[in-house]
Design a protein around this ligand. Structure first.
Ligand SMILES: [Zn+2]
Ligand SMILES: [Zn+2]
Length: 338
């Protein structure tokens, strides 16, 4: 089969992923083999390709896989040949630690990840664990479903953690693959809420207005109204500090970012306790997604017609897709099609 393999991490500008012919893998106990129909491209794949996230040798990245089951391993009875399924970042978790027992597989210290510890979906075929593979509702095309499996599901988790109630104001800081799906989910779940989008790029702000944002502005701008909840997806410190200023008393800031870059750390000192945190403001981060988030979000998306804006690339152009992501040439979510 054709696969985009990472022999050695490197800067995206040097195209570190190589097109290789590799054997089609065989499903073992509890696993299924799928023919990949679409695979989303995520910032985490960029981190793997450039070496900030350490992956197994010669890994095939890609962790938002939609595929058709072509072979089932022993003990993978729930899934049948021909079914369309999807999986996300968590390939499997230990199942016995205190987090796994509470349904917080995303916090399991021993979980293994798709496209990091196991080969992912930048290929014609992939192996999924039947416990973390979910049927994709018919209403969603494979390209539309793929970005819902990570960017979308993490956004959904962030929205749940934000504690937002219908009618309250939601702020979205940064408007990439995740927050543009959050906007659609929020409109479905909280129809009377006003949504404020803070985005650097005028193209993103236009997209936000087209999708129903009540207000848009640059990152750091201060609208007249204060927010009950804010979801910050930017990789920088300054928007985080600024977000605290526009929160209402008792409001909650959820940070949906794997990293807040180093050189900006000095801006942390700009947090003024009295102005920015006092009056019961809360800060929470969101990490990964649980398998349950993925299955509930897929059914919400199908029910409410939540579809991401998608830009498709052929499998062979994985490097270009990742470079476009790195350079911020974003028009919704990026998907590879084998
Ligand atoms: Zn565990
Ligand atoms: Zn991801």
């Amino acid at each position: 089969m054709k696969a985009m393999v990472l022999p050695r991490p490197g800067k995206m500008e040097s195209s570190p992923l190589k097109l290789r012919e590799v054997p089609v893998p065989k499903p073992r106990k509890g696993e299924v083999l799928v023919r990949v129909l679409a695979c989303g491209v995520c910032r985490t794949d960029l981190d793997v390709a450039e070496g900030r996230i350490k992956a197994k040798r010669n890994v095939i990245p890609g962790h938002q896989i939609v595929g058709e089951v072509v072979k089932t391993g022993p003990g993978a009875k729930e899934l049948k040949k021909g079914e369309r399924v999807g999986t996300g970042w968590i390939h499997s978790s230990c199942g016995s630690c205190s987090f796994c027992r509470k349904g917080l597989e995303n916090l399991c210290p021993r979980f293994s990840a798709t496209g990091r510890d196991f080969d992912g979906g930048f290929a014609e075929y992939a192996i999924l664990d039947s416990k973390t593979a979910f049927r994709v509702p018919k209403k969603l095309s494979s390209e539309e479903a793929a970005p819902l499996l990570c960017a979308g599901s993490v956004g959904y988790r962030a929205l749940k953690l934000s504690g937002l109630k219908n009618g309250e104001n939601l702020g979205l800081v940064g408007f990439g693959a995740s927050n543009h799906i959050v906007l659609k989910a929020a409109k479905a779940m909280f129809p009377d809420s006003r949504i404020y989008v803070f985005a650097r790029n005028p193209v993103e702000r236009r997209l936000a207005r087209r999708l129903g944002a009540s207000w848009t502005g640059g990152i750091g701008s201060i609208p007249k109204e204060r927010m009950d909840s804010i979801i910050d997806t930017t990789p920088a410190w300054r928007p985080f500090v600024r977000s605290l200023r526009v929160l209402k008393p008792g409001g909650r800031l959820v940070v949906n970012a794997i990293e807040k870059i180093e050189q900006d750390k000095s801006t942390l000192l700009e947090i003024d306790y009295r102005r920015d945190l006092w009056l019961e403001k809360e800060i929470k981060s969101v990490a990964n997604v649980t398998p349950k988030d993925i299955s509930s979000f897929l059914s919400l998306a199908s029910r409410a017609g939540i579809k991401p804006e998608v830009q498709a690339y052929p499998l062979e152009e994985a490097n270009r897709a990742l470079l476009d992501l790195k350079k911020g040439r974003i028009k919704g979510a990026k998907v590879l099609k084998p």
